[in-house]
Design a protein around this ligand. Structure first.
Ligand code: GLA
Length: 400
């Protein structure tokens, strides 16, 4: 009797130990997800330019233009359909695309045939932000549908899930509900066996950068929506100060999609946008109409040296080195031992801005290249004075 009791006690201990080990292994797996997004995802998303006016034909046109413009060869691969593709569920609860997307599998085949990947959008809530069908209660079914169609990327947008959180009773309970909802979809995606980038969108609530990787996120939006406007873009971009330590290969802070080429900012402002996003190791998801791009838009999006900063394999996001009024200096270390340095002028007319390379961790003179000017500056003393256009940037690559 006593022997049996001991046996039971020790076997239940073994069970607890085994469960603990399983827990450790699964959290490690959840926290790593290294098979996708080793560098920040690059591609295009339909929302910023097309919003609800997106359909199968437009997506194909964008995929064609991604290739013919040279963007694919510069590293842009994801063609991401945002909100408004969803129809109702059938009697079995299976989600279907609406009439704008007659055959999602055929569309994925088309996109894959161009050497690109296809992304889609949903919400952990019952409804998406535009009021379409969300994944609430159907996570595994939806993940399975995405895998069957050949989807490679999911943007998962909180939207109506906030109503469910409001009823949780306390901020702690609401927080837990949100983490559980993201974890649930992450597990559902893993269960399909198809690698998919998992992109969290909940606008930076509850300091998502602190737990986004734990719920399986490869990227997490850190802010509300961007718009094609210098004030909004810089509010977001310069507002990323302090978040660098939360980014690493497989897990990126996402200050929202690009507006480059949408027409409401000037070339200096778009350069600031592109430079800042590259320094921030942000996902580079173009948000313009790729089929009608001006040459300067193509040149900006495909600038190899700027893209290389964003995609640097070290995966270290830039942080602010100094801000003095409207003058800001940001820097990030790169895998080859050099640093990318952004010298930003937030004022709307030109200013001279002095950079002290000692402050950036260099010792004495440095070698520098001005990336947008495509000009080697040779050896510079430990200080450099840049003339920076209004709302503009000088982007340097600096080495000892
Ligand atoms: C939210 C997101 C946007 C976009 C829309 C779609 O606002 O933040 O990026 O996905 O929903 O409805």
């Amino acid at each position: 009797m006593q022997f049996n009791f001991r046996l039971k006690v020790s076997s239940s201990r073994a069970l607890i130990l085994a469960l603990f080990l399983v827990h450790l292994i699964s959290t490690k797996v959840l926290a790593q997800t290294p098979s996708v997004a080793a560098t920040p995802p690059m591609g295009w998303n339909s929302w910023n330019h097309f919003a609800d006016k997106i359909d199968d034909a437009t997506v194909r046109t964008q995929a064609d233009a991604m290739v013919s413009s040279g963007m694919r060869d510069a590293g842009y691969v994801y063609i991401n359909i945002d909100d408004t593709w969803e129809a109702e569920r059938d009697a079995q609860g299976v989600i279907h695309a609406n009439k704008k997307f007659p055959d999602m599998k055929a569309l994925a085949d088309y996109v894959h045939g161009k050497g690109l990947k296809l992304g889609i959008y949903s919400s952990p809530g019952p409804k998406t932000c535009a009021g379409f069908e969300g994944s609430y209660g159907h996570e595994e079914q939806d993940a399975q549908s995405y895998a069957t169609w050949g989807i490679d990327y999911l943007k998962y947008d909180l939207c109506s899930f906030d109503k469910i959180m409001e009823e949780a009773g306390s901020p702690e309970a609401a927080h837990k509900l949100m983490l559980d909802a993201y974890t649930k979809m992450h597990k559902a995606l893993l269960k399909t066996g198809r690698p998919m980038v998992f992109s969290l969108c909940q606008y930076g609530a509850d300091a998502v950068w602190r737990w986004g990787a734990m719920v399986g996120g490869n990227a997490w939006r850190t802010t509300g929506d961007i718009s094609d406007n210098y004030e909004r873009m810089t509010d977001i971009g310069f507002g990323q100060a302090g978040l660098a330590k939360f980014a690493e290969p497989g897990h990126w802070n996402d200050p929202d999609m690009l507006e480059v080429g949408n027409g409401k900012m000037n070339i200096e402002e778009y350069r600031t946008h592109m430079s800042l996003w590259a320094l921030l190791a942000a996902p580079l998801l173009a948000g313009n109409d790729l089929s009608t791009m001006k040459p300067e838009t193509i040149a900006m999006l495909t600038n190899r040296e700027v893209v290389a900063i964003d995609q640097d394999r070290l995966g270290k996001q830039a942080d602010r080195v100094r801000a003095e009024g409207s003058k800001e200096i940001w820097a990030r270390p790169l895998a080859d031992g050099s640093k990318a340095v952004g010298i930003f002028n937030r004022f709307d007319w030109p200013q001279t801005i002095e950079v002290d390379f000692l402050e950036l961790g260099f010792k004495g003179s440095v070698k520098a290249r001005d990336i947008w000017a495509t000009k080697d500056l040779g050896t510079l003393p430990s200080k450099y004075v840049a003339r920076v256009a209004g709302h503009g940037v000088v982007l340097l690559k600096v080495r000892q």
